[in-house]
Design a protein around this ligand. Sequence first.
Ligand code: N01
Length: 534
Amino acid sequence: MSASQTDAIVVGAGFAGMYALHKLRDELGLSTRVFEAGNGVGGTWYWNRYPGARCDSDSYIYCYTFDKDLLQEWEWSERYPEQPEILRYLNHVADRFDLRKDIQFGTRVTGADYDEATKRWQVRTDAGEVATAQYLIGAVGCLSASNVPAFRGMDTFRGKSYHTSSWPHEGVDFTAKRVAVIGTGASAVQAIPVIAQQAKHLTVFQRTPNFCVPARNGKVDPDVARTRKANYDAIKENIRNSYFGFELNFIMKSALEAPPEERERVFEEMWDHGGFPFWLANYQDMFFSKEANDVCAEFLRRKIRETVKDPAVADKLTPKTYPYGTKRQPLDTNYFDTFNKPNVLLVDVNDSPIEEITPNGVRTRDREYPFDIIVFGTGFDAMTGPIKKMGIRGRGGEVLADKWADGPTSYLGLMVAGFPNFFTITGPGSPSVLSNMPVSIEQHVEWISDCIKHMRESGVETIEPTPDAEVRWTAHVAEVANTSLMPTANSWYMGRNIPGKPQVFMPYLGGVGPYRQHCAEVAAKGYEGFTFAT
Ligand code: N01
């Protein structure tokens, strides 16, 4: 067993961990070590290699903005970057900033204990290594702990099975295969049309239908790309101060006050434009008023009925049980149209629940379906799952997973009382998954780095939130969520996709811009709500 000591340990080498390493090592001069379970950089984009995987944010803002030259030199080929292209970008960043030399790949952190005597974190890895550091940064992502439902007979299946988030690097050939996809979330919505093109037959097992909006991917007009490059300073400012980290704003009007013809035109424009505007730049009361929401939802339901030829299938694909937008908006390319293909079958597991996985396939209450390949698009133990998996124990041996038994608590989604010098990047209680992730990641990394700089200049060794600040912030996160319709859905934002998980709305809905400003004010007031110790 070897032991190492550094100023900082970062867990994870995705967008967040890579920038944290650059900031702490190259700007603050801290000795920094990164542990990464994958054998390369990229986090989400290293693991999620399923067919059709691409980002739902426009490429020109799904990137780092901290380096002007990097922004100018990288060319995105399409409106939405595909997984291989994002991974190439992140590898380029790793090379450009010489990050790899301080990243230990193929190493999973299995535990981290705070030693009160030395004021250091002791981090253990699956390689049996122990490393200590003053600062511990959890850059483990929000969607990195996969959820594979515990169906009876899971290990009896004689064919191949894959979860979308741990896809084989060599890809999967579906030619002439009978394929099942279980789940219809954002990942499956991307994968299903691509798999259906290749497979002999595809059966989709759906628990909850989704309101999908067309992505409308394509090449970016070179003139548009040039103009954006010339205006990156303004774009950066814009997304940092926006509500969701995009160049999008709500329509400052009620959906109910807009005349029906005007509303129809606006909806059609957003539909034709594709992407997130329908979700994040709709009428301002869409997230707050059920009546306003119904108007938006009905437009999308009509689009499903217009696209899907068999009315019974269209009906099954039409969401009816939750307000529009309260589950993550999937963007699609021919998703609904795929169900018109003769080789595609939709099974609603509410009518016909999955009872077991058999050696030959899937048995529902009604019949057995034979398959060669089963794809689990069943999502993640989101936000808290990856942090809990790190096995964090703070002051007095308190286990973070126990502290969070009834749901996550934090101050600003950045730190937890009783866990000194442990920072979470895009943790629960921050805008994180309700934003364009790189924008929120940069804000957190920069805040953490400024905080550590301040600590070193002030000669203090530890920082942690006061219990009172944590209680107040956690209550505020819930209060803001409860003003909206968001908590009413069975979403992973609420933890409702995981049996037994506490039902708490985890991200902060207060908006990227206002949240950024609040974090800055906290720092300006001498890190109000935190305590320092020497
Ligand atoms: O996972 P999900 P995902 N039996 O949890 C179903 C991000 N993402 O991987 O809705 C049957 O959304 C489950 O049903 P229900 C994005 O933030 C980003 O698709 O819980 N079905 C659902 O249909 C996204 O939100 C991009 O009732 C079961 C599906 O499985 C997040 O990742 C691209 C089941 C899981 O859907 C997660 O998306 C793709 C069971 N026991 C994804 N358990 C980008 O653009 C679960 N399901 C960056």
